[in-house]
Write a protein that binds this ligand. Structure first.
Ligand SMILES: *[C@@H]1O[C@H](CO)[C@@H](O)[C@H](O)[C@H]1NC(C)=O
Ligand SMILES: *[C@@H]1O[C@H](CO)[C@@H](O)[C@H](O)[C@H]1NC(C)=O
Ligand SMILES: *[C@@H]1O[C@H](CO)[C@@H](O)[C@H](O)[C@H]1NC(C)=O
Length: 347
């Protein structure tokens, strides 16, 4: 009796210390807050010649700089600072591809700038083949690519018109053999009218004029998940999903009712919780990723940290009009890549 009690005590002791060790290892990078830090941004826009007009807020005359001077501080640990040289060494001879819409382009340009400004004398080649933009760090034989694929699934021109094919993902042939893939889709699912690039949705051989957009998004994600399951060898390829990057067009969501844009926002929200809550698309994405048990995809769950950084958008210092969807560079996507970096260096 006494012996049994002793065994249980030991087992409990072990169990307890293991649980603590795991809690330490598995710090959630996405729960935290923005902290003022004069050592940010991670580069100066004048040092990176590859930032497109669209994201180059400082060059476009944005008068304030405070929005650049924050670091993301997770509750349970600190992020390692981005080290471009270390990442290029780690990825020597490998290829990275971002796949998705202009938010992927935002993150791709950020990564190119982070790497380039770490080693400004390194040799590179920037080129474009079809829908794929390619930036090669020649000394390391590292390709950093962008495949523009706004829905991940196919849009095909047929006799009837332009068809959004929720069950078809021919575009995936470009993703085979890549060592690290970072996917994203969401913003185009809500497009209507003249900015909607399709006339019919096809599901299971049937054509529809329209349908619930979140349901369409979910169906496409399941098609993508099936593609991953069939085509990816997880021993070779690191898989990420960029998550849902939110917009800031409705001040009610950050307790400034009546405010209809992000113009003039100069600080992030303090604390860890966004008053307006999380978008339903994120729930759908998590549900789909959860089904990929054998081919795990790491979610870059950036929604909340982006929601808090309502001051990070170009507003009028971007391409046209009012942009509260994309992000200034330097800026928030650098932090997505810093988190990506933290995943890669510990993998
Ligand atoms: C970037 O560099 C320019 C020129 O050296 C400087 O005027 C500017 O303040 C810097 N920007 C930031 C955010 O530090
Ligand atoms: C750079 O890219 C171009 C276009 O794809 C290619 O023709 C050229 O060989 C590349 N240069 C180097 C040094 O790899
Ligand atoms: C802004 O958000 C609030 C709260 O979610 C909602 O009630 C309101 O309809 C939204 N306004 C617009 C213009 O979308």
């Amino acid at each position: 009796m006494g012996w049994n009690f002793f065994t249980i005590f030991i087992v409990l002791l072990f169990h307890h210390s293991n649980a603590n060790a795991n809690a330490k290892q598995s710090c959630n990078f996405f729960e935290g807050s923005w902290i003022e830090d004069e050592t940010y941004p991670l580069y100066n826009s004048t040092q990176c010649p590859f930032i497109e007009h669209e994201f180059n807020c400082q060059r476009n005359g944005r008068p304030d700089q405070d929005y650049l001077k924050y670091r993301w501080q997770p509750h349970g640990c600190s992020l390692q600072r981005f080290d471009g040289g270390a990442l290029l060494e780690k990825l020597k001879g490998k290829s990275i591809m971002f796949v998705g819409d202009s938010l992927s382009r935002n993150q791709w340009q950020s990564l190119v700038c982070l790497l380039y400004t770490s080693l400004p004398n390194t040799k590179y080649n920037a080129t474009r083949v079809g829908d794929v933009s390619l930036f090669t760090f020649l000394d390391f034989e590292v390709d950093v690519m962008l495949d523009r694929s706004v829905y991940l699934v196919d849009v095909v021109r047929e006799e009837k018109g332009r068809i959004l094919k929720l069950d078809s993902i021919e575009g995936g042939k470009l993703w085979k053999g890549i060592d690290m893939l970072i996917f994203n889709t969401w913003h185009w699912w809500n497009r209507r009218g003249t900015t909607q690039p399709w006339d019919f949705i096809e599901i299971g051989g049937q054509y529809y004029k329209d349908m619930d957009r979140v349901a369409a998004f979910e169906r496409a994600l399941f098609t993508w998940a099936k593609w991953i399951d069939t085509n990816i060898n997880p021993a070779k390829t690191l898989l990420f999903f960029q998550g849902i990057s939110p917009s800031h067009y409705n001040g009610t969501n950050w307790n400034e009712p009546g405010v209809k844009t992000c113009l003039g926002q100069r600080q992030p929200i303090s604390g860890s919780t966004y008053p307006g809550g999380l978008p339903p698309a994120l729930t759908v994405l998590k549900k789909v990723l959860y089904t990929l048990i054998e081919k795990p995809v790491t979610l870059l769950d950036v929604t909340n940290l982006c929601l808090l950084h309502k001051d990070g958008h170009p507003s009028i210092y971007g391409l046209t009009g009012m942009d509260c969807s994309h992000w200034c560079l330097p800026g928030v996507p650098d932090i997505w890549n810093q988190i990506l970096y933290n995943f890669v260096v510990t993998s």
